[in-house]
Design a protein around this ligand. Sequence first.
Ligand SMILES: Cc1ncc(COP(=O)(O)O)c(C=O)c1O
Length: 461
Amino acid sequence: MKNIATKNPWVAPVIVRHSSSGMNKFGGVRDAQFRDEIAGVSIAELVEKYGSPLFVLSEEHLRQSVRRINRAFTTRYAKVRQAWSYKTNYINAVSAILHQEGCDAEVVSEFEYDKARRLGVPASRIFFNGPYKSRGALTKAVSEGARIHVDHLDELALLEEVAAELNILNFPITIRLNFDTGFAENWGRFGFNLENGQAMEAARRIAASPNLKLTGLHNHIGTFITDPRAYTAQVGIMINFMNNVEAATDCTITTLDIGGGFASRNAMQGVYLPPEQITPTAEQYAEAICGALAIGLKDREQNGKPLPELVLETGRAVVDEAEWLISSVVANKRLPTGQRAMVLDAGVNILFTAFWYNHEVRPARPVEGIPEDTVLYGPLCMNIDVVRQSVSLPPLKTGDLLSFWPVGAYNNTQWMQFIQLRPAVVMVRQNGQVDVVRRAETLDDVEEPENLPIDLQPDFS
Ligand SMILES: Cc1ncc(COP(=O)(O)O)c(C=O)c1O
């Protein structure tokens, strides 16, 4: 008779859809269903040394990504600048690498402006966007010679005052435009509208000011734009406006800044096709944009006007795929609905993009067993803390590690310290060495700005 102690524990039966291996319906083969390393470094060893959860950046991925975008554009257009969109990920090591690769900085607040300056970026290489720039911020940016993008008429008036106070004449500025490309919803809350004449009105106002001069046009059509034709339309509209504004106000436009918005290989929720099917390559974006520039600007130099520089403020597409989040399984559960659930040690407080994207989730070791539909919860005592509503995963034990990818865009800036301390961010360097680029937070970090009035000190004696 079999010894009862050696029997396997009873496991509830589940029905799973049969999925055969090999080609998927698009002809591709899904890669291995686990990931045990990042840029050649073992995930298990990373967690052992730096804890869990853990953000892991790859220097190699980051450099290759920005170089590819740069190459795609500089081989198609003569004057290109990439301005790193700080808000996407302003960890100093990330920004520093991108500046080493030749990027300028694109900032949207005084805090980001100061951050870029502290990192050594000259003001003349900072593009200052955003709907709120205080008088103090504008005074600093104008006196240091930053490239200011005006968002609205009140800001324009303030900027005029600031330049006048500083006795500066003809300070070069850019206006942010908004308009309908016919492809993406117009982000009409930013900048001056083109269709209703606001943008031309702003240009006339600048032309009448002795302190300011209009030299640039900016537009950002939105984020995760998967149709490159949106950029063809954008560039065409901007060139058309450039010609009109130059004719109407006698200015010369030397910069066309087309913002950011290129998609990464992340899976947007609600989109049927997988990222490898819908995410355009850098070359496809470049072809759409530089093709429109070639058509729109073909007579420009003959007409005695300079070829404008093209500025890209690409954020997501530069950094998203260069970072992973490692998280540990804390518990397995069966919900009243019958669905399998896992509790992880990483929640939406550090993985903000889980609200919009279905990240690729991989166990850190090959796992035997039948995959089952699983909901992944974070550690927050909040119902909204769902890092993945539904993902097919094999049985995992507590302590098992999962990697989430791509997570480089908008998580390390939008994360919040809520209930939990924020974890460390490490970077696998090109030589294989691992550097901590942001250490894990401590209770002291959180309490450092606080002040407890002496009479409020609790006394439990
Ligand atoms: C003005 C501006 N430029 C650039 C970006 C970067 O966009 P993305 O990350 O989609 O490339 C943003 C993001 O919202 C933005 O507001």
